[in-house]
Unconditional design. Structure first.
Length: 314
C-alpha cells in the first residue's frame, strides 16, 4: 500500500512538472527565464504556513531557500504565516489537508507517502550528524564512553514525532519524548533524561535562546546516521513543489545553493566549533530511510561529514 501511494504522489508530481512547463511557455510567450532576471509575473503562488515558531531557526533557513528557488523562476510568490506552535505531526496534518503549503522535516516514509517530498537535503546531510546537549556537570561521565553499549546507558530526549526517535529506539536507546524542543530543554535541566542529541548546526543558537547556564554541548562524542531534511509540500500543490524543486536544482548546479548554505550563521558556527574529526564517532543505521533517498548524488551532501556515515548496511 505504501509503495502504491508513494508511486501515485510521484506520478502526480511528474505530471505537474510537465503542466508547469506548458503553462509557463504559454503565459510567457515561449521566452526562457533567465536566472535572477526580473520576474515576468507569469504565475503567482500563495504560500501559507499555519505553523512555524519564529524561534525555530530552520523555518527562517527554509524560507530563504524558497526565496532562492523563486529567484531562478519567472513565477512570483507571497508568504503568509500564522506562527502557531505545532508538533511535527500536527504540522504534517495541516500540510496534507492543504491548510499549510509546506514544511521542512527529516524524511521518513509516512511524510514521503502523504506529502510531496523535494528530495534535496536542505542541510546537505548535517541534520543526521548529532551532538548531544547535556548538563555541564555530567561531562566527566561522557569521557568514559568507549563503545555503543557505554553510550546506551544514558537516557535520550527526543521529539515525539521526530524521525530520530525511531532511529534511536531501534538502535537500543532509552528515549523519552516531548512535543517540542523547548519542553525538551526544560526536561533536560530537570534531569528527566541525560542527553539531547541535536543536528550539528542546531544547539549553538538554541543554548543562547534558552539561557541554559547549566547546559552545554558534550565535548567528546558525535552520533551520525543518514537522515536528510527535505522541504515537503501539500499534495494539493504539486505545481508549487515542482517549481521549488526546479528552482533549487539550478543554484545547486551553479554553486549558489552552497553559497547560501555555507554563509548561514549557524552552519558556519557549527563547522567552526564542532570539531567532529576529534570526536568519537558512533554511526547508527537508519532503517526508516526511504529507498528514493539520493545518497549517490554527491552534489547534495557535505563531503567533509558524509564519510563519517556508515552506509554499508543499505
Amino acid at each position: 500500500m505504501l509503495n502504491r501511494l508513494g508511486s501515485h504522489n510521484a506520478n502526480v508530481f511528474k505530471a505537474a512538472k510537465l503542466v508547469i512547463t506548458a503553462i509557463t511557455a504559454l503565459a510567457c510567450g515561449l521566452q526562457p527565464a533567465a536566472a535572477h532576471a526580473a520576474p515576468q509575473a507569469c504565475l503567482h503562488f500563495n504560500i501559507h504556513n499555519s505553523c512555524g515558531s519564529g524561534k525555530v531557526r530552520g523555518n527562517e533557513y527554509t524560507e530563504g531557500l524558497v526565496k532562492l528557488a523563486f529567484s531562478y523562476s519567472d513565477a512570483t510568490y507571497s508568504l503568509s504565516k500564522d506562527y502557531l506552535t505545532c508538533s511535527q505531526k500536527r504540522e504534517a496534518q495541516l500540510v496534507e489537508q492543504d491548510k499549510s503549503s509546506l514544511l521542512w522535516a527529516a524524511t521518513k516514509p509516512e511524510l514521503e507517502v502523504n506529502l510531496i517530498p523535494i528530495r534535496i537535503p536542505i542541510y546537505k546531510g548535517l541534520l543526521g550528524v548529532r551532538l548531544a546537549v547535556i548538563r555541564k556537570q555530567d561531562q566527566p561521565h561522557f569521557l568514559h564512553v568507549n563503545n555503543l553499549d557505554d553510550l546506551k546507558r544514558f537516557t535520550v530526549g527526543q521529539g515525539s514525532d521526530w524521525s530520530d526517535t525511531l532511529i534511536l529506539k531501534d538502535a537500543g536507546f532509552s528515549v523519552i519524548t516531548a512535543s517540542d524542543i523547548h519542553k525538551l530543554y526544560n526536561m533536560l535541566e530537570a534531569k528527566r533524561f541525560d542527553m539531547l542529541p541535536r543536528g550539528v548546526m542546531e544547539p549553538w543558537g538554541e543554548l543562547r535562546e534558552v539561557n541554559g547556564d547549566t547546559l552545554a554541548i558534550e565535548q567528546s562524542l558525535v552520533i551520525a546516521y543518514p537522515m536528510p531534511a527535505y522541504i515537503f509540500v501539500s499534495p494539493n500543490q504539486p505545481e508549487l513543489a515542482a517549481r521549488i524543486e526546479a528552482g533549487l536544482n539550478q543554484p545547486i548546479a551553479d554553486g549558489s545553493f552552497d553559497n547560501y548554505f555555507f554563509n548561514d550563521e549557524l552552519v558556519k558556527e557549527a563547522l567552526n566549533k564542532a570539531k567532529v574529526e576529534n570526536r568519537k564517532l558512533f554511526s547508527l543505521p537508519n532503517p526508516y530511510l526511504p529507498e528514493a533517498t539520493p545518497l549517490n548524488n554527491k552534489s547534495l551532501w557535505l563531503d567533509v561529514l558524509t564519510p563519517l556515515l556508515d552506509l554499508s548496511y543499505l
